[in-house]
Ligand binder design. Structure first.
Ligand code: FES
Ligand code: FES
Length: 201
């Protein structure tokens, strides 16, 4: 039997009756039962990462929020790795070759890159790849900001396809943007470099 006194007690405990079922009004932390205040969040900590960059082994301590692009540019001084789109993955200027494939370094967390093999435009230039000469001779750069990303993508293409068609080159370069309109020069340079690599020039 519910007495007046009992009702007062229930109200003061934040309880009220709704039909035959009991509803409970909670306030504060108790209003969010999913939040367990006894648990603490794990704080992300720096991590040691080993990778090979342009043929050299590197060991780096990286923060959890650093991108691969941050590390290549700011920690290893590889300034060919650009940022044309504020790291939105939209321009291709930060492209590197990662384990043999072109990859956007602004989209990869450095902490996830343990054991990878990275190649940048610096490494391609040091190796005197025929693309370098072909890019110079065909005036592929105007402002030049996007050029390393194109070059790296072109190298990855030629590594897998020594005789690409114009269409295959255009498709491979689809993620690289140049506001100066140098696209035809890239196609020409890549075809010339491919001829050199095949020993036809
Ligand atoms: S900086 Fe533009 S795609 Fe990475
Ligand atoms: S050469 Fe100017 S953006 Fe590509």
């Amino acid at each position: 039997m519910v007495t007046q006194g009992n009702k007062k007690q229930q109200k003061s405990a934040g309880r009220s009756e709704a039909g035959s079922s009991e509803s409970v009004v909670r306030t504060g932390a108790a209003a969010h039962p999913a939040v367990d205040e006894t648990r603490t969040r794990a704080v992300p900590t720096p991590r040691m990462v080993n990778m090979t960059v342009n043929g050299r082994p590197c060991s780096l301590q990286v923060e959890p929020n650093w991108t691969l692009r941050d590390v290549l540019r700011q920690k290893l001084g590889l300034t060919s790795v650009k940022d044309f789109c504020n790291g939105y993955g939209a321009c291709g200027s930060c492209t590197v070759i990662m384990d043999g494939r072109p990859a956007l370094s602004c989209m990869a967390l450095a902490a996830d890159c343990g054991g990878v093999v990275i190649e940048t435009a610096e490494g391609i230039a040091d190796a005197r790849h025929p693309l370098i000469e072909a890019y110079i001779m065909n005036w592929t750069a105007q402002c030049g900001y996007c050029t390393p990303g194109f070059l790296v993508t072109a190298k990855a293409l030629l590594d897998h396809n020594p005789n690409p068609t114009v269409e295959e080159i255009k498709e491979a370069l689809g993620g690289n943007l140049c506001r100066c309109g140098t696209y035809p020069a890239h196609v020409k340079a890549i075809r010339e470099a491919a001829q050199v690599l095949r020993g036809e020039k």
